[in-house]
Design a binder for this molecule. Sequence first.
Ligand code: FSO
Ligand code: SF4
Length: 542
Amino acid sequence: MSMFCYQCQETARGTGCDVRGVCGKSEETAKLQDLLLYAVKGISEIVTKKGIDAKTLGAVNGDVLSSLFMTITNANFDDNALERQIRKMQGSRDAILRGVSSEGLGDAATFKAETRAAMLEKASSVGVLATENEDLRSLRELIIYGVKGMAAYAEHAKNLGKEDPEIYAFIYKALAATLNPDLSADDLVALTLETGKYGVSVMAMLDEANTSRFGNPEITKVSIGVRKNPAILISGHDLTDLEQLLEQTKGSGVDVYTHGEMLPAHYYPAFKKYDNFAGNYGNAWWKQSSEFESFHGPVIFTTNCIVPPRSEEVRSRIFTTGSAGFPGCKHIETDAKGKKDFSEVIALARTLPAPDEIEKGEIVGGFAHSQVMALADKVIDAVKSGAVRKFFVMAGCDGRMKSREYYTEFAEKLPKDTVILTAGCAKYRYNKLNLGDIGGIPRVLDAGQCNDSYSLAVIALKLKEAFGLDDINKLPIAYNIAWYEQKACIVLLALLYLGVKNIHLGPTLPAFLSPNVAKVLVDTFGIGGIGSVDEDIKMFMA
Ligand code: FSO
Ligand code: SF4
């Protein structure tokens, strides 16, 4: 088998991509990502076995986050960048090794692969299938995907100046554990739950980082139409990149539009002062191929989800930054102070036509925890009076599979006395439907990006308190979550850690859950899949 990857929901045949990724990832890219992960596992083993304090590792911690982020679905397709990062991580690892004895360390901590050919050869023996037992493999991968999601959120927080050595220490511990042949399935189940605990910590840290810098998200109408100026489209999740772009385009005559998961940036007070912050263009990540064509201007990817561009013309105006990368697209580097120079992007935008209008109107969002709590009395009264019978958490991701039409139909068919709480790109399946409101409370409350699922958990915990309940599962809240990539894994593990039961996951359950591991999740947490819309609504409303 040339490659093997089953980390996302769209994996080939629902079992695994083994020739080329459905995402467009080539065999070579997949292998380089496997080796990069292996190098990070090696560092983790040294740090854990030798009792090294993560606080003493300096820049290595941030490089570990970036390395993990580069292996997340649709983040980085650039083999040269992956090769450089593998070399860098081997160098960091060897520098750490010089201070300790190599006794008791395994291959990941000591292997050497200098050339691309040596890297590809090494990668063939260290991928997912290197773990033969399917249950151990399943648990190891579940932990790894959770850790990848954790790393992504930790990187955004770090860009805002917030770090937590305990999160670094946990990442090292968890990744080292995935190499440890002495750990049983029970040990790994316990570690999976602990991953959820740190998932809560990392999302809380990012929430604090975002809100302390940009203010608390507030109810906001976002235009989905266009203006007449040349423009830049910014995609992905990194708000510090957006902030720098807005500063650099201020007064330039070039407008800035958000795309995909960047939409919630409009909800933060700090970005409202920019006159050229024009609105949101397009939909969830998978529709970008046609939407980037009609946008005409440059596109900046700050993170995933990148879809390989279908024309040279579009590719020539895509830029990447941070952990994102795509071959043939210019990568905007970060200087030692975290500053990025977007002047080339702005100059290019000036030479290109304004975007074509593909939609008109506005969407409303900004219902993160602080805004919802400001409306708490209204929300509690609505529940007590029976005006709102149930909340549906429909957070998560969108994707290209036809089966995801389920979520649009589900939203449309939900009884009119229910409210959807959403976060992540999953919202694009229903955020432009006219679902109305209940006594002034919109029926779709968008908290923000996928990491803002944390806000939904905070809201649930506060409602539990307000209603004087002893169990979060006694609230009138149902969970029907759509997943796609590894950030959704950390969100799921975080919800499980908070005690949320009976989460339904779709459109399909992860291929990386072996039958036995899936059974543990079903028996312990009541995790389920989805069926038909009508039957599911009946089941949820019962
Ligand atoms: Fe979506 Fe992509 Fe945010 Fe993911 S744009 S799928 S879960 O990267 O991170 O929700
Ligand atoms: Fe396949 Fe998903 Fe892996 Fe891409 S990320 S290779 S689509 S499983």
